[in-house]
Design a protein around this ligand. Structure first.
Ligand SMILES: Nc1nc2c(ncn2[C@@H]2O[C@H](COP(=O)(O)OP(=O)(O)OP(=O)(O)O)[C@@H](O)[C@H]2O)c(=O)[nH]1
Ligand SMILES: [Mg+2]
Length: 451
């Protein structure tokens, strides 16, 4: 694919920083660079992958900033087009002035993910690799980063290519049989075909099995703090994240909206949600607050049920404890600094803490870590598929299943061939061999500008 226009964008985040990087890609990249750059060598004359030192100047020759300019010629650049990267001083001003100057000279502001999209369209990377670029930028922890890096290097694509190759060979065989209808499909071929379908199905199911862990790794574990009003949920929330993020007060019903905070627990990402107290719902706002708390409880991966030990267990406490038995949860017995009036014997392994003084928080974090490890840990394989990939794999599996049944039932070879082709199409959607522009739009919309 040859793009007609040359795109430019700031590749670093604007704001106070040591350097800012502006990217330029497209057929006019070197010509535009020649126009704005003053140095010993013209960018268009520079060797591939060389770095020039000089200035970017405005139309009347005034210096906009001192820069380093890297030249990466097509097709050996990231996008496969001529690329120029300008490193200037960071901050709010210099990068913007330079970007504006590039646009004056004919570049167009890039859309989110457009550089990576061009890399994909020019065959530099496949779609799964392009998605990995986005995951790398977004990775919230080292594990997620490592996983995305492996995917960028082609870990997933390689596995899929192996499955595709086998299915494709079988498809050719089946189609050859269709062309010679007088000959029945012989038993050995039927057997080989069945085995290949089984093996491909098995490999696809292994990949499918990585989705959940991959999701936890990328997005983190959702942890909801629930309990009746005034038990100290918000105090616990603040103590866990280490700052006074939410309001704490002796009045029941302080928290109304659920409040979220992300924090890193030894490399595991946790999304902690503070919720409104469950139980009382006299007025309209409180009823809505409770509805939100219940929704949060419903969608979380782990619930922390907070109990106030300075008061006897109430019916509301018991209701909540019954409610959470359906999902992974920890019972947190709070306010142990006060005289105990709750019968802790009724609780299942309560973790005793004082959110106020910080007692027992280490133990609570240890338990959370253990739960995170169970969900996320053990993902030492080189790939984890995304929701989009999983969707394609499920459809490919269905097609393979139909092909197997058709084969077993002695149905026509045309049907088997059609399903094999369908399975290949779905697998091809993952790496982007077969993909609609709507799917591409959706994928690249998640990217940031400059990637
Ligand atoms: N002594 C003692 N008081 C605590 C402890 N944790 C919280 N409190 C107090 O309990 C009261 C309620 O605390 P919050 O954190 O607002 O409780 P909450 O569960 O978020 O309350 P709602 O948002 O109203 O549902 C406040 O006065 C806190 O200071 C604790 O460990 N010990
Ligand atoms: Mg609260």
């Amino acid at each position: 694919m040859v793009s007609e226009d040359t795109i430019a964008a700031l590749a670093t985040t604007p704001g106070e920083s040591a350097v800012g990087v502006i990217r330029l890609s497209g057929p006019q990249a070197l010509a535009i660079a020649d126009e704005v750059f003053r140095g010993h060598t013209k960018p268009s004359r520079a060797r591939d992958r060389s770095v020039l030192h000089g200035e970017v100047v405005s139309e009347d020759g005034t210096s906009l900033d001192e820069v380093l300019l890297a030249v990466m010629r097509r097709p050996r650049s990231f996008t496969g087009e001529d690329v120029v990267e300008i490193s200037c001083h960071g901050g709010m001003v210099a990068p913007r002035l330079i970007l504006r100057r590039l646009i004056e000279c004919g570049a167009r502001l890039a859309e989110p993910g457009e550089f990576t999209r061009r890399a994909f369209l020019n065959g530099k990377i496949d779609l799964a690799q392009a998605e990995a670029v986005c995951d790398i930028v977004r990775a919230a922890n080292e594990k997620a980063h490592r996983l995305a890096l492996r995917q960028l290097k082609g870990g997933l694509s390689l596995r899929l290519a192996r499955i595709e190759r086998v299915l494709f060979e079988r498809l050719i065989e089946v189609e050859a049989e269709i062309d010679f209808p007088e000959e029945e499909i012989d038993e050995a071929n039927r057997h080989a075909l069945m085995e290949s379908l089984d093996a491909a199905g098995k490999q696809l199911r292994v990949l499918l099995g990585t989705e959940e862990k991959g999701r936890y790794l990328k997005n983190g574990l959702e942890v909801a703090i629930v309990g009746r009003a005034n038990v100290g949920k918000s105090s616990l929330f603040n103590s866990l994240i280490g700052r006074e993020r939410v309001i704490v007060s002796p009045l029941p019903g302080t928290t109304r909206d659920t409040v979220d905070a992300r924090f890193n627990l030894n490399g595991f990402c946790l999304n902690l949600h503070d919720t409104a107290g469950l139980g009382g719902s006299d007025d309209l706002i409180e009823a809505e607050a409770v509805r939100r708390s219940l929704a949060c409880l419903d969608s979380c991966d782990v619930a922390l049920v907070v109990i106030d030990v300075s008061e006897p267990l109430s019916e509301a406490d018991r209701d909540i404890l019954r409610e959470v038995t359906k999902k992974p949860h920890l019972v947190v017995a709070n306010k142990i600094d006060l005289p105990a009036r709750a019968d802790l014997g009724l609780l299942k392994q309560p973790i005793k803490v004082s959110a106020l003084r910080g007692d027992g928080l280490e133990v609570l974090l240890e338990h959370l870590k253990e739960m995170a490890r169970e969900k996320i840990g053990g993902l030492e394989m080189d790939v984890a598929v995304s929701e989009r990939h999983a969707q394609c794999i499920r459809q490919a599996l269905e097609a393979l299943e139909r092909a197997s049944q058709a084969l077993e039932g002695g149905l026509s070879l045309e049907l088997i061939a059609a399903d094999l082709r369908l399975a290949l199409d779905y697998i091809g959607e993952i790496t982007g061999k077969k993909v609609t522009s709507e799917v591409l739009d959706e994928i690249f919309a998640r990217f940031c500008i400059g990637k």
